[in-house]
Ligand binder design. Structure first.
Ligand SMILES: Nc1ncnc2c1ncn2[C@@H]1O[C@H](COP(=O)(O)OP(=O)(O)OP(=O)(O)O)[C@@H](O)[C@H]1O
Ligand SMILES: [Mg+2]
Length: 238
């Protein structure tokens, strides 16, 4: 199924690229729109361009998920990474009346992971939590703690929770209850975490909230202080 799906996705990318190029040419042609008719056409062309881009993004994410990720495990400063991830959503959270808290154990500072993919995996969880609480507000709690040879990262929200019957489905590609949601976030997160030798679990209580727990291997030995930040890769994506 994976091979079939990846093949199909590949076939879809070529016509999408043709559509994109031609829509861009049309946008240029209508650039100096004269009159209401041309303005309307220009608006529609731009709408189509956005949709084509969105489709291309979905196909790319899906292809990556179907193929698997090229994980290069290294020591990661989880504290730094979580602080960055939280900072990224904090401003928006504030506007939505969502309180953001984090509690990071010093003993849980270093894990063995691929920082680029770990960031994607954790961002998906934090964004889901944010979206779950929506306009209602609530609290987002991000925690890290040491559990023997492992480190646990917990992302907890006080949103509406997930119905019991849905708890299995959330891991399926394209399962989404959101308008405009793709449903690739959680399966991507799960695959990334598992490829890094970790695992992920969900706990949810309808009406009370949801917690995702990611378990990753801790770095066996603490690094010396002067080598304490080997973790952010040179090509760290924004
Ligand atoms: N923290 C949460 N609280 C409540 N429901 C959640 C939470 N996280 C995920 N879900 C449910 O799981 C579904 C799948 O999540 P997933 O991240 O895979 O896709 P999505 O968020 O809908 O879309 P995408 O992440 O692709 O933009 C969501 O649509 C939602 O119904
Ligand atoms: Mg999501």
């Amino acid at each position: 199924m994976g091979v079939l799906a990846a093949g199909l996705a590949h076939e879809v990318k070529n016509p999408l690229s043709t559509m994109s190029v031609n829509l861009q040419l049309m946008e240029e042609d209508y650039g100096e729109a004269k009159g209401p008719l041309e303005e309307r056409t220009l608006r529609r062309v731009r709408l189509l361009l956005r949709e084509v881009k969105r489709l291309d993004g979905i196909v790319n994410d899906f292809l990556a998920l179907a193929r698997g990720y090229e994980i290069s495990p290294t020591s990661v400063d989880l504290e730094l990474l979580l602080t960055e991830v939280v900072a990224l959503v904090e401003a928006q959270n504030e506007r939505h009346g969502i309180r953001t808290r984090s509690s990071l154990e010093p003993e849980a500072r270093y894990v063995v992971a691929d920082p680029k993919f770990l960031r994607v995996a954790l961002m998906n969880l934090v964004v889901n939590a944010q979206q779950a609480m929506g306009e209602e507000g609530g609290e987002l709690l991000v925690e890290s703690r040491r559990r023997g040879g492992d480190v646990e990262v917990r992302v907890t929200d006080t949103g509406p929770g997930i119905e019991r019957e849905r708890l299995e489905k959330i891991w399926q590609p394209f399962f989404s209850t959101k308008e405009g949601g793709t449903g690739l976030g959680l399966p991507t997160t799960r695959r990334i975490v598992e490829e890094m030798g970790g695992d992920i679990e969900v706990w949810s209580d309808r009406g009370r909230g949801t917690r995702f727990t990611v378990t990753l291997p801790a770095l066996p030995k603490q690094l010396p202080a002067d080598a304490s930040d080997p973790t952010t890769p040179q090509d760290d994506p924004a």
